[in-house]
Ligand binder design. Structure first.
Ligand SMILES: Cc1cc2nc3c(=O)[nH]c(=O)nc-3n(C[C@H](O)[C@H](O)[C@H](O)COP(=O)(O)O)c2cc1C
Length: 190
């Protein structure tokens, strides 16, 4: 499939996870608008089982200190401390499922949360920004959860690192599309 005149298809085909991100990140008003738009992703029961905690500026250093505290060795601590500085903005992804919902099991709620994150990454890309979803063992660390205000019953799903890629993004190194597409047609031809 090649580039088209369709902006949605183009955004999907050209988005890449960007490991190195620099300023600028979207400003507060723009980000809130994009998050509101991403929140229209499919959501069974309209439960909105998620929230984001934005970490920016010096708060990234403080988060780095907490990540370092949670590390297993001095070497890991040194690396952990620098991690939040890899992007100007970190969106902490918090999944907050409604427990024992009569119609919407928790896996569906997790699907809704991940749909929002994916939609947001596409929207960011289509507005000239880039992002990467990063996880790791620290999402379980009590001191990290506490620092970010993640409650019992909530799950820390990592961070969407957001900023601008250092070089203009191209679709040339896009992950190859699966060939053939991972779809079969049940009872085709019957
Ligand atoms: C739930 C989830 C967790 C991820 N965690 C990490 C991570 O911890 N570190 C990382 O480098 N990339 C992480 N990624 C990004 C993937 O590595 C990336 O999407 C994949 O390499 C494909 O690259 P692309 O997004 O540019 O197509 C994560 C992606 C998802 C969906």
């Amino acid at each position: 499939m090649t580039r088209s005149q369709n902006p949605v298809l183009d955004a999907v085909l050209t988005r890449r996870s960007a490991p190195r991100l620099t300023e600028p990140a979207p400003g507060r008003a723009d980000l809130e608008r994009l998050v509101q738009a991403a929140a229209t992703a499919p959501d069974h029961g309209r439960l909105r089982p998620w929230r984001l905690v934005a970490v920016t500026g010096d708060e990234r250093d403080r988060l780095g200190d907490v990540l370092a505290e949670a590390a297993d060795s001095p070497e890991q601590a040194r690396r952990a401390a620098a991690k939040p500085l890899r992007a100007p903005l970190l969106l902490t992804i918090v999944h907050r499922p409604v427990p024992d919902h009569p119609k919407v099991p928790e896996w569906e709620q997790l699907a809704a949360t991940t749909g929002v994150v994916t939609t947001l990454s596409l929207l960011l890309h289509s507005h000239g920004f880039a992002s990467i979803w990063r996880t790791g063992a620290t999402v379980q660390a009590p001191q990290v959860r506490k620092y970010l205000g993640v409650d019992d019953g909530e799950q820390l799903l990592g961070w969407l690192y957001v900023g601008t890629p250092p070089t203009p993004d191209t679709s040339a190194d896009r992950r190859p599309l699966g060939t053939p597409a991972r779809i079969t047609w049940h009872r085709a031809g019957i």
